[in-house]
Design a protein around this ligand. Structure first.
Ligand code: BGC
Length: 829
């Protein structure tokens, strides 16, 4: 929408220089209204972040407005109905403006003022009466000053001195004669834009679960959950005394550990006015934290004194999932929290350190999970709008959106192809073709750009790639240096994105584009197969990620896929169900296993707790998803790589598999107009419940095992249909259902109890995931570092008795533990 010009300008305080540590600006505009006011509407935004007040009251419930967008192209204007806040006669509008994302430091390179050197405000207050509308606008008649808010920074925190606040500055009757003048700030008026995303709001308050005194004598509050936000407290004490709050995600050796916040200071300071109980919450910062070190609190610090205020984009929750396994439930909760904590205006990598950028690859990995858990059409629609604008301006999809990196981005698999895969994911989830239409130009330009980069064989084989970022076997200082060839990763992701592009063109009816992209998709798939797939289906760069990509991106024929699945299952077993994938492979590996008939192995991988694994962080007390599989190492220390966050959602993408496979819900038609409901029961789970508010209404799938019976309850909304595969049904029954509630209750197939011994061939043991897991654990304990591969041809035929004979001086303890591992009682050991 275009904004009508009623004379408002962006204004700043005369002489204000926007340097680091500068106090926030306070603007004030007094005006009169008559008795005949019908309606008053305020439209307001800022270069920086703002809080608006009218007659002494804070307007609305948004925080950190206007959020973060590609400001010079799109600066979001908030609209508030303020009729009830106005009084006949004199009124006063006040606005505090902090540095926020527009002026503050962004990125680990220490650079600031990415969008402007000066902070500013723009407002237009429309006063409607019977005689017409009068506009009170931001112009040079406003006054400006500084007040209690001495310094504010997203990364470093806020410093507020209540002794310096002018009482009543935002109310009528205040004398602003001593305040300074304002001047016009040069800012592109065409940037003014209506919001697409929901605003950032306070969404929850947490009270501390513990008040600690550390060995060093520090007072620390533990909120029990890693969150994004800040604290609020009410305090009484001496004028001029200062409380200092320092935030961290983790404590090690009983003390606060600031390693994971890197160069962010995450420190808030409040100096008391001494005027009775005073309540404070920082305005223009947020921290990623679970613990707060409190210094200078007058008297004894009690849990009731301080709350954590969870702050993020206020999206609507639409997906829930719960099982009989508490560790899995915690993993799910960790993914939900990492999503909440990282959707602060834009979808970020992490909320705590000197980064918090809109990294494209992280979101591409987590996109399907995010779209199921929350309605992200607003926040990601807004983000994709900026992505498209910045892509058009620079010619590349930026690695971070909005782009503030000094290194120019280049086309990169999993990162840049979010331009295609995210709109496709959102379309599949919400069923709205307009999502594809809005992104179509961005999608096609990315795909055509990459098409121009392919080598003579049709492979994407040149240029920088992040590869399987953070593969646990990559060197600590080179997260892109994983086991899987980076160009294999790129070529595989291109198979996926070109197919999605071709499907998009078909959905939108662009026939010749559809032909072009279908041909391209076939070409890149052929190129991948030619370069990386043996005729048997073996993927030449034999890694778990390599197989996961080839299997899930439909690159293989059914026969090859079956062979690849077998190879993959063997590799996963050989690794003792420890995870061996990074950002590119992790979202796919469980799918690759379950879609090739290796459900047991998928569950084994999901339920493994050793380091590194999906559940290892849960066993270490994680309340969010970590950036690295071993962000906290088994000895309790923080991974010292310098890039360790405890709140990165990307590796939580497995939760999408949990929804689709354990919960069993997938959309057959976009937006769940028709769906497939096929829960896959395994991993000793005895029940699971999934709920999802689709655009057609609520879907609920709940199954439980009772003795030998399966009880399945499904309800689907009006005007939808589903095909239901009854899990563990003796006749493999599939049913078509229509809207309404459905229940099935039947006797399930019970797998025959196999018996194993020290004479069972290794190949057979290796084919039974739980037994193999116990056997590998015994070998790992007694003979650490010696790999044992039960599927290798030379080993598969041997029994444990034979193997033990080969081990010089095999201890009786080894033999006893192996015997226990293969007997049914071993299961209970
Ligand atoms: C971020 C990531 C991101 C990566 C790519 C990191 O610093 O935290 O999650 O995707 O850089 O370079």
């Amino acid at each position: 929408m275009t904004f009508q010009d009623h004379g408002a300008h962006f204004i700043t305080a005369t002489g204000h220089n926007g340097v680091e540590g500068a106090p926030a600006l306070y603007f004030r505009r007094a005006f009169d209204t008559g008795n005949d006011l019908r309606r008053a509407t305020l439209r307001i935004t800022a270069v920086g972040v703002f809080e608006a007040h009218l007659n002494g009251t804070v307007i609305g419930d948004e925080v950190l407005a206007p959020g973060w967008t590609s400001y010079r192209n799109r600066l979001i204007v908030s609209t508030h109905d303020v009729t009830d806040l106005l009084v006949p006669g004199e009124n006063a509008l006040g606005v505090i403006v902090g540095e926020g994302w527009a002026l503050g430091r962004l990125g680990w390179e220490g650079k600031r003022n990415h969008y402007s050197d000066q902070a500013g405000v723009y407002f237009e207050l429309a006063l409607e009466t019977a005689d017409g509308t009068e506009y009170i606008v931001s112009d040079t008649t406003s006054r400006a000053n500084i007040g209690g808010l001495r310094a504010n920074s997203i990364y470093d925190g806020e410093d507020y001195d209540a002794t310096l606040e002018s009482h009543g500055w935002d109310a009528p009757g205040f004398d602003d004669a001593a305040w300074g003048s304002v001047e016009v700030l040069d800012w592109p008026m065409e940037s003014l834009a209506e919001p697409i995303a929901e605003p950032i709001r306070r969404t929850e308050e947490l009270t501390p679960v513990a008040v600690l005194t550390t060995p060093a004598g520090r007072s620390v509050l533990d909120f029990g959950q890693n969150v994004s936000g800040r604290v609020r407290f009410t305090v009484e004490g001496q004028r001029g005394s200062t409380i200092e709050l320092r935030h961290a995600e983790v404590m090690t050796n009983g003390e606060m550990d600031y390693e994971t916040i890197r160069g962010a200071k995450a420190t808030d300071r409040y100096t008391l006015s001494g005027r009775g109980p005073e309540t404070w919450e920082p305005r223009f910062t947020f921290h990623g934290f679970r613990y707060v070190d409190v210094e200078g609190w007058p008297g004894d610090l009690k849990a009731a004194d301080i709350v954590a205020v969870v702050t993020h984009t206020d999206m609507e929750r639409i997906g829930w999932f719960e099982t009989s396994n508490p560790l899995l439930n915690q993993l799910h909760s960790n993914a939900v929290w990492s999503m909440r904590d990282n959707f602060v205006g834009v979808p970020t990598d992490c909320p705590q350190r000197d980064e918090r950028l809109g990294w494209t690859g992280d979101l591409n990995a987590f996109g399907p999970t995010a779209a199921f858990l929350y309605d992200v059409r607003g926040v990601l629609g807004s983000w994709l709008t900026d992505l498209a604008i910045e892509q058009k301006l620079s010619g590349n999809v930026p690695w971070v959106v909005p782009d503030v990196l000094s290194t120019p981005s280049s086309p990169t698999a999993l990162w840049s192809d979010v331009a295609v895969s995210l709109p496709w994911t959102l379309y599949r989830e919400y069923g709205d073709e307009d999502i594809l239409r809005a992104s179509y130009e961005s999608m096609t330009s990315f795909i055509r750009q990459v098409a121009g980069l392919l080598d003579e064989n049709g492979l994407w084989s040149k240029g920088f790639q992040y590869g399987d970022w953070l593969d646990p076997d990559a060197p600590m200082d080179n997260p892109a240096g994983g086991k899987t060839d980076r160009h294999l990763v790129a070529a595989a992701y291109l198979c996926k994105s070109t197919r999605e592009m071709a499907q998009t063109a078909k959905v939108l009816g662009y026939t010749s584009d559809a032909d072009e992209f279908t041909a391209l998709a076939e070409k890149v798939r052929d190129a991948f197969r030619h370069e990386y797939v043996a005729p048997s289906g073996r993927v030449v760069n034999e890694t778990v990620t390599g197989y996961a990509l080839a299997i899930t991106f439909n690159i293989l024929t059914p026969e090859e896929k079956a062979h690849a699945g077998k190879q993959l299952a063997g590799m996963v077993a050989k690794a003792g169900y420890r995870i061996s994938t990074g950002f590119a492979g992790t979202p796919l590996v469980t799918d690759a296993l379950s879609s090739t008939g290796h459900l047991d192995e998928a569950y084994m991988l999901l339920l493994e707790t050793g380091c590194p694994s999906f559940l290892y962080p849960v066993t270490m007390g994680a309340t969010t998803i970590w950036e690295r599989w071993d962000s906290i190492r088994p000895d309790g220390s923080v991974n010292p790589s310098g890039m360790t966050s405890l709140n990165h959602y990307a590796l939580g993408a497995v939760v999408d598999w949990m929804h689709r496979t354990i919960g069993g819900l997938t959309a057959d038609a976009p937006g769940y107009k028709s769906m497939r409901i096929a829960p896959h029961i395994g991993g000793d789970l005895t029940h699971a419940t999934l709920r999802h508010n689709t655009s057609h209404g609520e879907v609920c799938v709940a199954w439980k095992l009772e003795d030998n019976r399966v009880i399945l309850n499904v309800s689907i909304p009006a005007a939808t249909t589903a095909i239901v595969d009854l899990p563990l049904h003796p006749d493999n029954t599939t049913v078509h259902i229509e809207a309404g509630d459905h229940q099935w209750d039947y006797e399930r197939i019970v797998a025959e109890q196999q018996s194993y011994s020290m004479d069972t061939p290794l190949g057979v043991l290796a084919g039974t995931p739980e037994v193999w897991r116990r056997v590998s654990a015994v070998f790992a304990e007694h003979l650490p570092g010696i790999p044992i591969d039960g599927t290798a041809p030379e080993a598969a035929a041997m029994s444990l008795n034979t193997i033990v004979e080969f081990i010089p001086g095999a201890s009786q303890a080894l033999i006893d533990d192996l015997t226990a591992a293969v007997t049914p009682e071993g299961a209970n050991a």
